[in-house]
Design a protein around this ligand. Structure first.
Ligand SMILES: [Zn+2]
Length: 270
């Protein structure tokens, strides 16, 4: 619960709106902006809908949702308490501006992949997308995460990427520059969903933290854990590397809520 209280970033206006409404005791933890993971607490046994879709809610009423880099800004949370009372909360998120990051010196096979790897890339994407559908009842993400590696931040979430002069997909992770072999720690408790070598992201680890939230750790030199293994926050799970589409060794840490790609830095900044 400590991390939960420490991480309370509820916007003043929203808090006021919730209090004014009187009836329901709902709190939200997280910045209402694009790329944000929002952690919420409703009365136990409440049902919660996000934009009309039911969210998974822990027994004690905690829930989570997130919006992506370019998501629309108007959203809606519906809370239905055990006694059948219903309240609709409009949520207005802020938009963000993203940097343009120009990267040169990337091996051309990662900028314009040869035709014979197309199928492999599609297969990689299918596997990643499939494990990110995982829904378990773990509540690890209600604790504050720890930074999975030490080092300078060398890339941020959302940047428009230009590789060797050619525009490509935006960047969805937090890059931490560190030497090959430096330890990579589990940001929260979890269970390993995927540990394998993928075309763009090199040696890749995906960890389930529960309620649809996963961490993805990219470009690794070595992985110390196996699929299905349970890990604790702070456990060494891998080593920093320079595998896949990189120009130097670093850890790229991503957070997803199902297929929504979220910004790890919003959870670290306190
Ligand atoms: Zn990266």
């Amino acid at each position: 619960m400590k991390g939960w209280q420490k991480g309370l970033l509820l916007s003043a206006s929203l808090f006021a709106a919730l209090n004014a409404s009187g009836a329901m005791n709902v709190t939200l933890d997280g910045k209402l902006t694009q790329g944000s993971l929002i952690r919420g607490q409703a009365p136990a046994e409440a049902k919660i809908l996000f934009n009309g879709e039911p969210l998974s809610v822990a027994e004690d009423g905690r829930f989570v949702f997130g919006i992506g880099r370019d998501a629309s800004l108007a959203h809606q949370l519906t809370i239905i308490t055990a006694d059948g009372k219903q309240q609709v909360l409009p949520l207005t998120f802020s938009s963000r501006e993203y940097d343009i990051q120009r990267i040169t010196g990337v091996a051309q096979k990662y900028v314009t992949p040869p035709a014979d790897v197309t199928e492999r890339i599609q297969n990689d994407n299918r596997k990643v997308s499939s494990v990110r559908k995982t829904l378990t009842a773990k509540t690890a993400i209600f604790a504050a995460p720890i930074r999975p590696a030490e080092g300078r931040i060398s890339g941020v979430y959302g940047s428009q990427r230009v590789f060797n002069g050619e525009p490509r997909n935006p960047h969805y992770g937090l890059d931490i520059a560190a030497p090959v072999g430096a330890p990579v720690l589990a940001p929260w408790d979890g269970e390993v969903l995927l540990a394998e070598d993928l075309y763009y992201s090199g040696l890749t680890l995906i960890i389930d933290h529960g309620m649809g939230v996963t961490s993805t750790l990219l470009h690794l030199h070595a992985i110390d854990v196996k699929v299905g293994q349970h890990i604790r926050q702070g456990d060494k799970v891998a080593e920093v590397g320079a595998t896949g589409r990189v120009t130097g060794p670093h850890l790229d840490w991503r957070i997803n809520w199902f297929q929504e790609r979220l910004d790890p830095q919003l959870l670290l900044a306190e």
